[in-house]
Write a protein that binds this ligand. Structure first.
Ligand code: AMP
Length: 167
């Protein structure tokens, strides 16, 4: 919904991995074991995939990254990629949600890796590896209250990004 309002492509590393797994590419075969267990796919693989995607024509006028970077090392590589492309991030959106609410949402989503054990492992990785990314980006982090209906949360995000909703 944010991408529709902003008119930029949605670049989700999770979606890219799942597409590769579905198409049984070499990348997909490598990534599958990590997605199945909730572990992070190695940085070298993830970063190369993102670099490739960011070079596509539709990403030249802006993009929304979803699920990347997930650790500080990835953030550093992203910084180098963006510097080379003479661009930078405008903002980092932090969705503030109680962990119990997150678990509830994931369990109702029905994805294969949304079992309680795998969710718990992903949350542990979030706390250990991903949460520090917020500090790395502290100058551009925008935190919103993400408890509520999808439309409400979308409005809060757009307002926080200072974007007027079209239509
Ligand atoms: P998501 O769709 O964002 O929930 O990601 C699903 C799974 O894809 C994660 O549990 C990881 O196994 C993998 N993944 C997604 N993004 C990344 C990333 N930035 N770095 C490493 N692994 C990732």
């Amino acid at each position: 919904m944010l991408c529709r309002e902003l008119g930029i492509p949605h670049i989700s590393t999770g979606d890219l991995f799942r597409a590769n797994i579905g198409e049984e590419t070499e990348l997909g075969q490598l990534a599958k074991q990590y997605l199945d267990s909730g572990e992070l796919v190695p940085d070298s693989v993830t970063n190369a995939m993102v670099e490739q995607r960011l070079s596509d024509a539709d990403a030249q006028g802006g993009f929304l990254l979803d699920g990347f970077p997930r650790n500080v090392a990835q953030a550093e590589v992203l910084g180098e990629l963006l510097l080379k492309a003479d661009t930078k991030l405008n903002a980092v959106l932090n969705f503030d949600v109680d962990e119990d609410v997150v678990v509830e949402r994931l369990l109702s989503r029905g994805r294969a890796d949304d079992t309680e054990d795998i969710i718990r492992r992903r949350q542990q990785i979030y706390r250990e590896e991903t949460a520090p990314v917020l500090n790395y980006y502290r100058d551009i982090v925008v935190t919103i209250d993400a408890v509520g209906e999808v439309g409400e949360v979308t409005d809060r995000a757009l307002k926080a990004l200072d974007v007027q909703r079209a239509g």
